[in-house]
Design a protein around this ligand. Structure first.
Ligand SMILES: Cc1ncc(COP(=O)(O)O)c(C=O)c1O
Length: 433
């Protein structure tokens, strides 16, 4: 049994944060209460390669990876050197940076749909930009969307009344959600709103992989109904393949959005697509001060060169597959109903006891026990892998999982899961994963 790690400095900072920062963090899914506060680190001091060090001095193999942006590894030399070189020349100018052209050309070369490219900052910004371009191009207002596109009003308007508080009610009529993986449901909506739909928006893969033929089926339906198709590649981009999910599935959308993963952690968002559609961005009010910020553009150019020159995606797939197979085998060995789903570079995990309360507690216990053994995972996945996750990290992870599942199996058998949890302070919305 490894010694319990100290998280005292993390907890001290968190207690200060909650007095000062609503929710304690800038990203809801990074809140300490989404994990296991007191039994899992909260604040990082630094990170390198596949590993992260918390403020209490503990090191971990990291699969959370900033919630997805890190694809090559932390402090990846080729990217960091490009950033450092640009830093010596200036961060942002009133004049344009040649990197805007270089980065756009690199994206066009890598991404099948990218005939024209605009740079913004976060994921929410680029998905909202794609919505505006599609509405302007088609002259229609309705968007059919499946999945999370960000926090902007455009997307939050589709949520239930409680979660869309603060969003003008009039926006709720111009967005409708459809369930992923169900072509009939999408066809029904397209039929019901014939002539009203500007855009169908979806992520081509998330926690689960779509059924065979689904993505092509969506493309075909959009063509049949004369509707634009956009892929949210914010998680899949530069992770499933260099050209994203559209390269992986061989289906080209009209528009695509990238953010996480595009610049190995630097804040950059990309909206790109067919020239005829994208060129509208010239005349619309789509303009951000930081779109041409040169450090992120230097990072994306360097990252794209690495994706081209090195077997980055082969490596991410291989290590992801080893982890998924290892997780499934160890779950079976210990009789814990934990299973991996989805695609190997971004797999999700589910724990499915009949008792939902027990599943939620076992998740917390798994986070606790893995952290104790030096591995950070996230409730429900996604388990991200980078080019820096070597065999050593994978072996360490599976050894930690073997021991953690032994602890879990015994606690469940003896009905003592709550007794061995060193935290209970989990927000209800996160326990549901
Ligand atoms: C698929 C997807 N789209 C959009 C977003 C929003 O990106 P951001 O948080 O950078 O605004 C996220 C963020 O988690 C995401 O996972």
């Amino acid at each position: 049994m490894p010694d319990q790690r100290s998280y005292d400095k993390s907890l001290e900072l968190w207690n200060r944060a909650v007095q000062l920062i609503p929710g304690g963090s800038q990203t809801n899914s990074k809140r300490a209460t989404a994990y296991a506060p007191g039994a899992y680190p909260i604040y990082a001091e630094r990170a390198e390669g596949a590993r992260i060090k918390d403020v209490d001095g503990n090191w971990y193999v990291d699969y959370v990876l900033g919630l997805g942006p890190i694809t090559l590894g932390y402090c990846y030399p080729a990217v960091d050197e490009a950033i450092a070189e640009q830093l010596r020349k200036g961060i942002i100018y009133g004049l344009l940076s040649p990197l805007e052209v270089e980065a756009a050309e690199a994206i066009r070369e890598a991404v099948p749909c990218a005939e024209m490219v605009r740079f913004l900052k976060g994921g929410s910004e680029v998905t909202t930009t794609a919505a505006r371009i599609a509405r302007a191009y088609t002259g229609k207002e309705l968007i059919l969307n499946s999945g999370y596109r960000g926090w902007a009003d455009t997307w939050t308007a589709a949520l239930d009344r409680e979660r869309r508080r603060g969003v003008p009610e009039c926006l709720t009529s111009v967005i409708k959600s459809f369930p992923r993986d169900d072509l009939d449901a999408l066809r029904e909506l397209l039929e019901e709103h014939k002539g009203e739909v500007a855009l169908v928006f979806l992520d081509a893969a998330s926690g689960t992989a779509p059924p065979e033929g689904y993505i092509q089926g969506v493309r075909d339906l959009c063509d049949e109904y004369g509707v634009l198709l956009a892929f949210d590649e914010i998680v899949t981009g530069f992770r499933l393949a260099r050209g994203g999910a559209q390269e992986y599935y061989g289906v080209t959308p009209d528009l695509a959005c990238f953010a996480k993963g595009v610049a190995n952690g630097m804040p950059l968002g990309v909206v790109c697509g067919r020239a005829e559609v994208m060129q509208l961005a010239k005349d619309l009010v789509i303009s951000v001060t930081y779109g041409g910020e040169a450090l992120s553009l230097a990072a994306v150019v360097a990252a794209l060169k690495e994706y081209q020159a090195k077997p980055v995606h082969e490596h991410i797939w291989r290590q992801g597959e080893r982890l998924m197979a290892g997780f499934d085998a160890l779950a079976e060995k210990h009789g814990v109903p934990l299973a991996c789903h989805g695609l190997a570079p971004m797999s999700s995990q589910r724990i499915t006891y009949e008792d939902a309360e027990l599943s939620a507690d076992v998740w917390t216990l798994l986070l606790q026990e893995m952290a104790t053994r030096g591995v950070l995972i996230r409730r429900g996945g996604l388990l991200f892998v980078t080019y820096s996750h070597g065999d050593e990290e994978v072996e360490e992870t599976l050894a930690a999982l073997d021991e953690s599942l032994a602890v879990i199996a015994e606690a469940v058998e003896e009905g003592k899961v709550k007794d061995v949890l060193r935290t209970t302070d989990i927000e209800e919305s996160f326990r549901r994963f």
